[in-house]
Write a protein of this length. Structure first.
Length: 222
């Protein structure tokens, strides 16, 4: 990929990533507030403004480097990125078990909703033929934006469902596990980032997310 293609694609990719991560973290903050904990809301985290959720390393550096390395290597770039963790105080929650599940799953639901919206728009554009009536200069950027929007939000939703700390799936699982299993989660949490990086490097997460993406795109083509 030459620089003339790389930079516009990187810009679109980062816009979508910032939206996906902001929606994910804002949903955690909003749901926590609904269950009685206004910690994140008072810190201005119930917003889609990416400035409130951006982590310099996880939201900017690693995604940009990953995109460039993947694009220049001629392959798919890794969908790796995260936002600034949303602060919550479980001691202030009402119905703590329900709150833990709902706050944990809120970000996943937000990404899923965006993915559904993107899927619907793409399907309507294809079925009605409207996509081919988009001016030539805009057709490729619009297609790329919608593809990134769908792919990234599905990927983030599925990835965060994995039951490994600090992902949301582990917090949901924690609610249903007996107290005797808590030391196992605590042990996993100590090595969580190493485990996740190894899984990503070995293609384990891709093997989980890939078939789901293929299934969704098969519906778009049908």
């Amino acid at each position: 990929m030459n620089p003339e293609q790389l930079i516009p694609q990187l810009v679109i990719y980062m816009v979508v990533l910032l939206l996906a991560i902001s929606a994910h973290e804002a949903a955690h903050a909003w749901m926590s507030d609904k269950f009685g904990d206004d910690t994140a809301r008072l810190l201005g985290r119930v917003t889609l403004n990416p400035m409130a959720h951006t982590d310099p390393i996880g939201t900017l550096l690693i995604p940009i480097v990953g995109f460039i390395v993947g694009a220049m290597g001629g392959g798919r770039f890794p969908l790796i990125g995260w936002g600034k963790p949303t602060p919550v105080n479980p001691l202030r929650w009402r119905q703590k078990d329900l709150a833990n599940v709902m706050v944990s799953i809120a970000g996943i639901l937000a990404n899923s909703l965006i993915a559904i919206i993107a899927f619907t728009i793409i399907k309507v554009l294809l079925v009605t033929g409207t996509f081919y009536r988009i001016p030539d200069g805009l057709r490729e950027p619009v297609a790329l934006f919608l593809e990134f929007l769908l792919t990234m939000n599905i990927s983030l939703a599925v990835f965060n469902l994995l039951p490994f700390p600090p992902l949301d799936g582990s917090k949901i699982l924690e609610t249903f596990l007996p107290a005797s299993a808590q030391p196992i989660l605590e042990t996993l949490e100590r090595y969580s980032y190493i485990i996740l990086m190894v899984m990503i490097y070995m293609g384990v997460t891709g093997a989980i997310i890939g078939p789901i993406l293929n299934f969704v795109y098969s519906f778009l083509r049908s």
